[in-house]
Ligand binder design. Sequence first.
Ligand SMILES: *[C@@H]1O[C@H](CO)[C@@H](O)[C@H](O)[C@H]1NC(C)=O
Ligand SMILES: *[C@@H]1O[C@H](CO)[C@@H](O)[C@H](O)[C@H]1NC(C)=O
Ligand SMILES: *[C@@H]1O[C@H](CO)[C@@H](O)[C@H](O)[C@H]1NC(C)=O
Length: 265
Amino acid sequence: MFGFQLLSAASVLLLLLLTAHGAIPPPEDAARMARFVLHACDWGALATLSAQEGLRGYPFANIFSLSDGPPGPLSGSGVPYFYLTDLEISVQDLEINSNASLTVSLAQTPYCKKHKYDPQNPLCAHIIFSGNVVKVNDSEAGLAKKALFSRHPEMESWPKDHNWFFAKFNITRVWVLDYFGGLKIVTPEEYYSVKPYRSVTGKHETGMLLGLNQPIALELFHDFLCPEEEGHIGAQRKLNAYLVYFMKDVILQIMTCTLTSVKHN
Ligand SMILES: *[C@@H]1O[C@H](CO)[C@@H](O)[C@H](O)[C@H]1NC(C)=O
Ligand SMILES: *[C@@H]1O[C@H](CO)[C@@H](O)[C@H](O)[C@H]1NC(C)=O
Ligand SMILES: *[C@@H]1O[C@H](CO)[C@@H](O)[C@H](O)[C@H]1NC(C)=O
């Protein structure tokens, strides 16, 4: 009985491993790819229309730290948040014309190097958002702060007298370059209607067999298989924490079953 339970536990583990392996969305899933790439990135190139003397009228691409939510596969909101100050040259452009483009690429993660994809290779997926940059209101600022400060702890110590504020990229169109055959266009509605990671409903029951919290189990195996995406928060530490959580559930479940079968006999 006990051996059988361990065996089925092992097959559930295998199943979860296989499920989590498809973490990168397929090219036909352009909206999900856009969400996936944004969530994997900690920064992007923001292009404004320059209003600076000597640069006026030129596109001006500059680097900004961003975040759409704390690290981890379940926390991506899809909204690129920024922490900005009026002293910044590009922010001065935005005050005159808030229209902008934002580019993020898997080249910023270890993924493309690992697969030997040149950054210009479409398989090294890159996403270009067009729209405008807007200040967020007080209620959304809490979300923005959590998203940004969890990935960019240095932000907390940036000089207070610079009057930092939270802003977001208001997405009008998403341009996805993740495969051969040209750009794919995704609307904001399509973009916000998906999650960065494919849901695994159907596998739910299998997860429940183990009394396992399914999203946490998936996160565990995702981190385990793709530590490069979680490098910044210490995949190992997180893995250990989840293993403890996981083992607790497995043991509890086995104990419950054993007690039940003892009662029945
Ligand atoms: C910003 O872009 C929109 C199109 O999305 C355009 O209608 C508008 O005129 C642009 N604003 C400025 C100030 O150029
Ligand atoms: C703040 O902005 C969010 C997102 O745009 C919106 O849903 C919310 O209603 C706004 N809250 C207030 C108090 O204006
Ligand atoms: C956000 O972008 C939409 C176009 O997609 C535009 O109509 C709207 O005015 C923008 N919001 C702000 C606050 O600029």
